[in-house]
Design a protein around this ligand. Structure first.
Ligand SMILES: Nc1ncnc2c1ncn2[C@@H]1O[C@H](COP(=O)(O)OP(=O)(O)OP(=O)(O)O)[C@@H](O)[C@H]1O
Length: 305
């Protein structure tokens, strides 16, 4: 898998405050990599360094394997939205994109219509920008990024401030760009659950340090639901479970606790079965750890170090 972004001991200080601690990190081709951290964690600073808006204090980075002067060319393959793009409120989507197309002077006019279709604004392309919903404004921002046909998008909190529908639209759009156009996406948020159904990788940042880096699969394994039972007779309960479900996966823990990792949808039946056969079920609950809880746990753990 190719590497799109690579940092080497990348560091940023503002006066004495080290906002990005020496960072070795990469984003691989094809990923939707979510950068998750609270306000002030360093997300925007990292994105601004990558876009060239600010210089790192130390360390370096490569885009598409290029550094130094060669990176200018590689940067053309990237699309950044770090602060919301400033569109003209009285211009339509077409007029706004035409303005930026001419300013950049690179692409054919028909690309405007292509990108409006990609982001699902083809039916609102003659509406004035100020009459757009927040979600539509964000999609127009992404359309602007797409004008130059980038291979990678870097998006700083594109979901911030959107309602549920707007969030869903952006999620669908980004998934589509990734799956159909093979665009790699590096996206940040402090609202974790918004990225839960989108990203293929989750990177957690705290005080300029990456504190965890998980694939979608390992996050799902961590956040999977399980049944937790506290029973009078774990041995008998185990036998009943094994007899009833050939493929059951469970663990017998100390203090007469059993956790069951599959058949969560049959929780009612499991409870009834045990009770019917004389097991006293003292506690029965379904546990689910979502991304938010996982992250909070992580932050908690770190701060106890
Ligand atoms: N130009 C600057 N001068 C001084 N300090 C800055 C500057 N830009 C950012 N900082 C500080 O760097 C830290 C990280 O800020 P950054 O904007 O990267 O965080 P963030 O994770 O993007 O948070 P948010 O979600 O609030 O945007 C903060 O403490 C911030 O106050």
């Amino acid at each position: 898998m190719g590497t799109i972004i690579q940092t080497y001991q990348l560091t940023k200080k503002f006066k004495e405050q080290e906002v990005i601690k020496p960072l070795d990190f990469s984003v691989k081709k094809g990923e939707i990599c979510a950068l998750i951290g609270k306000n002030g964690a360093g997300k925007s600073t990292l994105f601004k360094i990558l876009s060239g808006q600010i210089m790192p204090t130390a360390g370096e980075f490569q885009l598409f394997g290029k550094s130094g002067k060669e990176m200018d060319q590689a940067k053309k393959r990237m699309g950044f939205i770090i602060e919301a793009p400033v569109f003209f409120p009285d211009f339509t989507a077409i007029q706004n994109l035409e303005y930026f197309r001419l300013q950049r002077g690179v692409v054919e006019k028909k690309r405007i219509y292509e990108v409006l279709e990609i982001v699902g604004l083809e039916n609102q392309k003659r509406k004035r920008f100020r009459d757009y919903s927040m979600g539509m404004k964000q999609r127009l921002g992404i359309a602007l990024c797409l004008l130059s046909n980038p291979d990678c998008l870097v998006l700083d909190e594109p979901i911030n401030g959107l309602d549920a529908e707007g969030i869903m639209e952006i999620r669908h759009l980004l998934k589509k760009l990734n799956q159909e156009k093979q665009i790699t996406i590096f996206i940040s948020s402090h609202i974790l659950t918004e990225l839960e159904q989108l990203a293929t990788r989750y990177v957690f940042i705290k005080n300029g340090v990456i504190v965890d880096d998980l694939s979608k699969e390992s996050l799902e394994a961590k956040s999977k639901k399980q049944i937790l039972l506290s029973v009078s007779d774990p041995a008998k309960s185990s036998q009943i479970l094994e007899r009833t479900f050939a493929d059951i996966q469970f663990k017998v823990l100390p203090n007469q606790v059993i956790t069951i990792q599959n058949h969560v949808e049959s929780s009612g039946e499991i409870n009834r079965l045990l009770v019917d056969q004389g097991v006293v079920v003292k506690e029965f609950r379904i546990e689910a750890l979502n991304l938010e809880e996982y992250f909070l746990g992580l932050v908690e753990e770190i701060s106890h170090d």
